[in-house]
Design a protein around this ligand. Structure first.
Ligand code: NAP
Length: 211
């Protein structure tokens, strides 16, 4: 995403915040607050993009409720829900009030409750459904103070990364995006969103995903 934003030439400054390079760990609120404090010294950001997430981490996503463990449920919730929520807590106050500004977080289609026909992946699905609720809540609150702000969740499609690697077998080559291709689609989706779309979750092709 950052490469796509840089290539667009539309942003004078892009801050690439990560655990490995800049020490922003979603499980450490102080590191999120410190990162926001550094950004606050510069021009107001017009796009905050949260590209993090976890699906498997030494353990596969659950195929049955019998496989659920408290640690797995809480781990996905900490990274996929609490992490973006805390990024919002510290970064939304930096958005300008007088211009269009966007806060977007990568969610997943499987976080849709209405669209869930397959089941499974309990921790991941639940953490993304909760993220989608946070997105909706943020949108409602931001609309009061920042009428031009847009808060959105995004489904990037199936993207060839370490996260999807164990699950790519049944995916046709044209449905498996490179990170660069998915980022290009998502930037197009972001460009098309208006404040009236705020609070929704949108797929890479711009289609709204049901709550
Ligand atoms: N790939 C897909 O097919 C697909 C489909 C639907 C939705 N998504 C969503 O898209 C997002 C990105 O997924 P991806 O495919 O790019 O996965 P990925 O390649 O595994 O990247 C996940 C990123 O999250 C970061 N991260 C994890 N825990 C963190 C923490 N505690 N603090 C800071 N950063 C942390 C990782 O940082 P490190 O490099 O430091 O580990 C990594 O950069 C996720 O939200 C995922 O649910 C992906």
């Amino acid at each position: 995403m950052a490469d796509g934003l840089a290539a667009s030439g539309r942003f004078s400054t892009i801050h690439r915040l990560s655990r490995s390079v800049t020490g922003l760990d979603l499980e450490d609120e102080a590191s999120i607050a410190a990162a926001a404090g550094r950004i606050a010294d510069g021009p107001a950001p017009v796009l905050i993009f949260v590209a993090t997430g976890v699906l498997h981490h030494g353990e596969a996503p659950e195929r049955s409720f019998r496989a659920m463990t408290a640690e797995h449920l809480l781990r996905d919730y900490r990274v996929n829900t609490v992490g973006p929520a805390l990024v919002a807590k510290h970064f939304l106050p930096l958005l300008p009030r007088d211009r269009r500004a966007v806060f977007a977080a990568l969610s997943a289609r499987v976080g849709s409750i209405g669209d869930n026909r397959l089941g499974g992946w309990h921790s991941y699905r639940a953490s993304k459904a909760a993220l989608n609720m946070i997105v909706r809540n943020l949108a409602i609150e931001m609309a009061r103070s920042h009428p031009q702000a847009i808060v959105a969740g995004l489904h990037p499609g199936t993207v060839s990364t370490g996260l999807s690697e164990p699950f790519q077998k049944g995916v046709s080559p044209e449905a498996l995006f490179t990170p660069a291709a998915s980022a290009g689609y998502l930037l197009g989706v972001l460009d098309g969103l208006t404040p009236g779309d705020s609070g929704g979750v949108f797929a890479w092709d711009g289609a709204r995903i049901p709550a």
